[in-house]
Write a protein that binds this ligand. Structure first.
Ligand code: NAG
Ligand code: NAG
Ligand code: NAG
Ligand code: NAG
Ligand code: NAG
Ligand code: NAG
Ligand code: NAG
Length: 578
């Protein structure tokens, strides 16, 4: 099913921006990043066997410019947390290389590689500040705290992210699945201040939330509701965070309080206030609020432990305790690199016989192929609360992944593939249809090709991998046979399609709704999904369905026009004829 995106830029605009952009932009990562990658590959080419650190071959900046929409943030494989800075302008994944954009803050939740213009997440931004005039003079709002980076000093690698502000404050992060550490290094002699922002996320979708400061424990807890990002619909999701400020007692909190501001000049601060709770603005105003705090003296370095959860504040704190505990930044980073090496070492190449830039591209791509979807198992809400099955969020749209990402995963990671297939089936168990493009708890449809691929590859191992093939097949049949009330968000426009043998334009539907769009593309997609159902029907000997789905899988012919010629080819899919 096509992604519903009313805000996609026109191709023309896209090309125009790309041209302007490439003319005006300097390379942003520290030039040393590329030098180190090339040197590591050269050294590995010379080495005579033994341990290879594949994380050194990965360039996490590939795709962070020219609308690549990927996140170079610190993450573990399939991590729910991806620490990155959030930048102004077009920055759907938080970070972009464009040096003319400013940094809003560092935050734990991001998506990588999604096609959403407005972006996703960016909740719980923290920004280190110097406030020479004291607490009441701190620049807390988004507009006043934004700063340029120190150009060409960005550094990131698997499990590590760092960026330096133009005032020389260094921000670093490393992560576990649902938690991590943020580390800030200040110029000498400065009192460290921090602003924490509860309401501003990247797409500006705040829908109510609350924050509490416990100055004795040195802990700030917060959470609320935000609007789901890519994909259709008006859905909210909940998210929570827990910030531990004292680094196991090594740091002393000084001032603390609440701030609130807006773009019309509100700039209020409440020293020693510890609680704030705001609803969504029903007249469309932009609320900005959060916490502001400082440390005793002028310590150069401050480390803050962060846990997140989609369940509760208590669970966000528990995640930080169980996943980070008292570990140091170096320990968490080393663990993350270990996890990445397990993934990356699944593909071994002839390093000596491969050009350095190809090695870099292979391992950088393999890195990206284990970054998303986000493993939110145990972090479920809404219909999926308390599910006993794995839960993955930020599922890429199926038409992007069924012949690329998942076939690759089928080759190198059947266990992980099975967990994701179980997530698709769980969508059917809880929602009635399998998900697609699911982000922030949205429903969806169209997982047939993906779960079908699994069934064909792994039917002998399915039970051992936790997949019941009959259940998988029932989920496919639901997509194929059951008409949903709204096929924009789940299922298919199935009755019109089976009645005509294609999806007609301008069809009077009195029992369901959905946007009248992309009828030709949907015909192809439905037919291909029907082919997947047919293959699994054959596999499982579902004799009643085999002929029916064989027939339906040939419906693509109904949009085939053998007379159309173009570019020396004859015979095209012609969506005009339907
Ligand atoms: C690799 O080996 C070659 C030949 O032995 C040598 O010239 C080169 O300096 C070595 N490079 C590295 C990065 O060790
Ligand atoms: C970084 O480079 C951009 C683009 O050239 C420029 O606008 C900005 O002022 C520079 N930032 C600093 C801190 O020099
Ligand atoms: C915030 O206030 C709302 C009512 O406006 C209430 O429903 C909610 O429970 C409060 N949340 C917290 C964490 O205090
Ligand atoms: C690698 O570099 C060579 C030489 O500059 C170039 O011809 C080739 O296209 C590059 N390959 C990739 C994958 O970038
Ligand atoms: C997802 O997280 C769960 C819970 O920690 C874990 O059991 C599972 O192996 C993880 N899966 C992947 C693919 O990371
Ligand atoms: C498939 O099912 C049919 C009846 O539905 C049965 O006659 C046939 O033996 C089955 N074939 C296999 C290979 O199990
Ligand atoms: C195939 O589908 C078409 C269109 O729905 C229908 O007219 C035809 O009877 C079907 N053929 C079989 C063998 O099911």
């Amino acid at each position: 099913m096509p992604r519903i995106s009313s805000s996609a830029p026109s191709l023309f605009l896209f090309l125009q921006c790309a041209v302007l952009w490439s003319a005006s932009v300097n390379a942003q990562p520290d030039p040393q990043v590329q030098k180190d990658i090339t040197a590591a590959i050269k050294a590995a080419q010379n080495s005579t066997g033994g341990h290879v650190d594949y994380t050194k071959f990965v360039n996490v900046y590939i795709g962070t410019d020219n609308f690549g929409d990927v996140c170079p943030g610190a993450s573990v494989p399939f991590g729910m947390v991806k620490f990155s800075t959030d930048l102004t302008g077009y920055a759907p994944a938080g970070y972009v290389t464009d040096p003319t954009q400013k940094i809003r803050g560092l935050s734990p939740l991001h998506d990588s590689g999604t096609g959403s213009n407005l972006g996703t997440y960016g909740n719980f931004e923290i920004m280190p500040l110097m406030c020479p005039g004291g607490f009441n003079t701190c620049t807390t709002t988004l507009q006043t705290r934004e700063r340029f980076r120190k150009n060409n000093t960005d550094v990131a690698s698997p499990g590590y992210f760092a960026q330096t502000l133009d005032n020389d404050i260094l921000m670093e992060a490393t992560s576990t699945r649902r938690a991590g550490l943020e580390r800030f290094t200040f110029p000498k002699g400065q009192k460290p201040y921090f602003v924490l922002d509860l309401s501003n996320d990247l797409p500006n979708s705040f829908a109510g939330g609350a924050l509490d400061i416990d100055p004795v424990k040195g802990r700030i807890t917060m959470g609320g509701q935000w609007g789901s990002s890519f994909g259709p619909g008006r859905f909210n999701y909940q998210a929570f965070a827990c910030f531990d400020l004292l680094n196991g007692g090594k740091q002393k909190l000084d001032e603390y309080g609440i701030w609130s501001g807006n773009t019309n000049g509100l700039d209020a601060k409440g020293l020693h206030q510890t609680h704030i709770n705001r609803t969504r603005s029903l007249i469309g105003d932009q609320y900005q609020f959060g916490a502001l705090f400082s440390y005793v003296g002028s310590p150069r370095q401050i480390t803050i432990r962060v846990g997140v959860s989609f369940v509760s504040e208590a669970q966000a704190c528990a995640n930080a305790e169980s996943e980070v505990g008292g570990s140091s930044f170096a320990e968490i980073e080393a663990k993350s690199k270990l996890l990445w090496n397990e993934k990356l070492s699944k593909v071994e190449i002839d390093l000596k016989g491969t050009p350095e830039n190809v090695t870099e591209l292979i391992y950088s791509s393999l890195y990206r192929a284990s970054l998303t979807p986000n493993n939110a198992t145990g972090e479920t809400q809404g219909l999926f609360a308390e599910t006993t099955h794995p839960y993955f969020d930020s599922l890429y749209c199926s038409w992007d992944t069924y012949r690329t990402y998942y076939p690759l995963m089928a080759l190198h990671s059947p266990v992980e593939f099975a967990q994701i297939v179980d997530t698709y089936i769980d969508g059917w168990r809880k929602n009635g249809w399998m998900p697609e493009c699911r982000a922030n708890n949205l429903p969806g449809s169209s997982g047939d090709n993906i779960v079908g691929h699994f069934a064909i590859n792994y039917h002998n191992e399915a039970a051992a991998l936790g997949i019941d093939l009959n259940e998988l097949y029932s989920a496919m049949l639901a997509d194929g046979d059951l008409k949903p009330p709204q096929w924009d968000v789940q299922g298919r426009e199935v009755d019109a399609y089976t009645q005509y043998g294609y999806v007609p334009f301008s069809f009077l539907d009195v029992t369901g709704s959905g946007r009248q769009t992309r009828e030709g593309s949907r015909t192809l997609e439905y037919a291909f999904e029907d082919f997947a159902i047919r293959q699994v029907a054959l596999l499982l000997n579902k004799t009643d369905d085999i002929a029916r789905y064989t027939n339906r899988s040939l419906f693509y012919r109904n949009v085939w026009d053998p007379s159309v010629k173009s570019d020396g080819f004859q015979g095209m899919l012609n969506f005009e004829i339907v």
